[in-house]
Design a protein around this ligand. Structure first.
Ligand SMILES: Cc1cc2nc3c(=O)[nH]c(=O)nc-3n(C[C@H](O)[C@H](O)[C@H](O)COP(=O)(O)OP(=O)(O)OC[C@H]3O[C@@H](n4cnc5c(N)ncnc54)[C@H](O)[C@@H]3O)c2cc1C
Length: 398
């Protein structure tokens, strides 16, 4: 670069990760632990997560264990005793899934609920402590070109990276996904208001150590404690006419109207959820491959799903260990490593994406007969019947 040329030089990087969310940071950690150097770029000025909770099933706490961060996570998370599903319009408890000791014995690792910021900080600390990882913020990727021997990534500020392998972890509105398909996020018509509050301010009759899900016509409310029980996380979700009509936005009045027909504890809880921001809920149609030359997608960039299974971040965590394992198993053969990653991850994440939609429909039923039948089926379940969730939480074959 000459003195008169203001453009930054092209930087040659062996492995570049785009996106510093849970998926990107976990990928950096997993891959660096196999001995590779990793460079991660993130568009934001800081690596942070919004102030809300995350459920982490055994499939993902198993990954945390592999990454050496489970102990740190358990120290700030909550180990819930039960997942309790209740009818939001009658208050009736419909079904319970035991998440405590029985769950841990079955799957070998715990079910956790934790603050997103806590998980991101744990990942960030582990990445910062690893000399093979470089983290760079304020790098907004605007374009990407895949060539036979590598990938060129260009940022808004003109910085160019040329990498042998690029991992796209840039979330729901991924710029890198555009190289795979010209698709758009699919509007669910539902909107979430969410946030945490001091546990002593909670207006509810629920047990503070449970994950509680209230379901009702075109709505649900999810509640659980985070940060060692100091904070209570609440997510109020409902069908928004303005969002469904393509308006994009929603108002707190819409939230209050939606929850007006629910029982008092649900109404009071929904009224107490932060109104500062809301999240329209989207997924996308599944891809048939996450690999394009030497570009590979993980997390929401690859397979965004409706949040009802509590699996978006968990699947991102699964992605990263499979990717790291395959890169380690085929150190001189990227094509084979990426093909094996694809083969393992596409069917599994497609199943999650495809299961989440009808599962949301079951929660949000409006027809009284269908609701009666659903509730009757839920009432017959035993608390320790894991047959419907084994596919998610049990150890996957190697
Ligand atoms: C209401 C709700 C509840 C949820 N609950 C759960 C749950 O309980 N359990 C669970 O497992 N999942 C849950 N999820 C899903 C989970 O939040 C996501 O699946 C997960 O955060 C995806 O992580 P990611 O790293 O792939 O993407 P993101 O978290 O979206 O990270 C992408 C990163 O890339 C950066 N980026 C984007 N574009 C660019 C660019 N062009 N250049 C550089 N950087 C860029 C972004 O700034 C961001 O930091 C929930 C989702 C919602 C909406």
């Amino acid at each position: 670069m000459s003195a008169a040329d203001p453009r930054p030089a092209e930087r040659r990087i062996p492995l570049l990760i785009v996106g510093g969310g849970i998926g990107g940071l976990a990928a950096a950690l997993a891959i660096a632990r196999t001995g590779r150097t990793v460079h991660l770029i993130e568009q934001a000025a800081e690596l942070t997560e919004i102030g809300a909770g995350l459920q982490i099933g055994a499939n993902a706490t198993r990954v945390m264990d592999r990454l050496g961060i489970l102990e740190a996570a358990e120290a700030v998370a909550v180990h819930p005793e039960r997942a309790v599903m209740r009818d939001a319009t009658t208050g009736e408890t419909l079904t319970v899934l035991t998440l405590g000791d029985t769950y841990r014995r079955r799957y070998g690792v715990p079910y956790l609920v934790m603050h997103r910021g806590d998980l991101l900080q744990i990942l960030l600390d582990a990445c910062t402590a690893n000399p093979l990882i470089t983290l760079e913020t304020r790098r907004h990727v605007t374009s990407c070109r895949v060539k036979p021997d590598g990938v060129t990534v260009t940022c808004e500020d003109g910085q160019v990276y040329r990498a042998e392998l690029v991992v796209g972890a840039d979330g729901l509105r991924s710029a890198l996904r555009k190289l795979f398909v010209d698709d758009e996020p699919v509007c669910s018509g539902y909107v979430a208001y969410r946030g945490t509050m001091p546990i002593e301010n909670v207006e509810s009759d629920v047990d503070g150590n449970d994950v509680v899900l209230w379901i009702g016509p075109q709505l649900h409310l999810m509640q659980y404690p985070v940060r060692s029980g100091a904070l209570y996380n609440q997510v109020a979700v409902f069908h928004s006419k303005t969002f469904a009509a393509g308006g994009g936005g929603s108002t707190p009045e819409e939230l209050d109207d939606a929850f007006a027909p629910t029982v008092k504890p649900v109404r009071l809880s929904a009224a107490s959820v932060s109104r500062i921001r809301h999240w329209p809920l989207y997924d996308r149609e599944p891809l048939t491959s996450f690999v394009h030359g030497r570009l590979v997608l993980i997390g929401d960039a690859a397979h965004p799903m409706l949040q009802v299974l509590g699996q978006g971040a968990c699947q991102a965590l699964e992605d990263v260990v499979v990717l790291a394992d395959q890169l380690a198993a085929h150190p001189d053969d990227l094509a084979t490593a990426l093909a094996s990653y694809d083969q393992a991850r596409v069917p599994r994440t497609t199943r999650c994406q495809r299961t989440a939609r009808p599962w949301a429909d079951v929660w949000h039923l409006t027809d009284p007969l269908a609701i009666a039948l659903r509730n009757r089926i839920f009432r017959t379940r035993a608390d320790d019947d894991y047959s419907d969730v084994d596919w998610l939480y049990a150890e996957l074959p190697a």
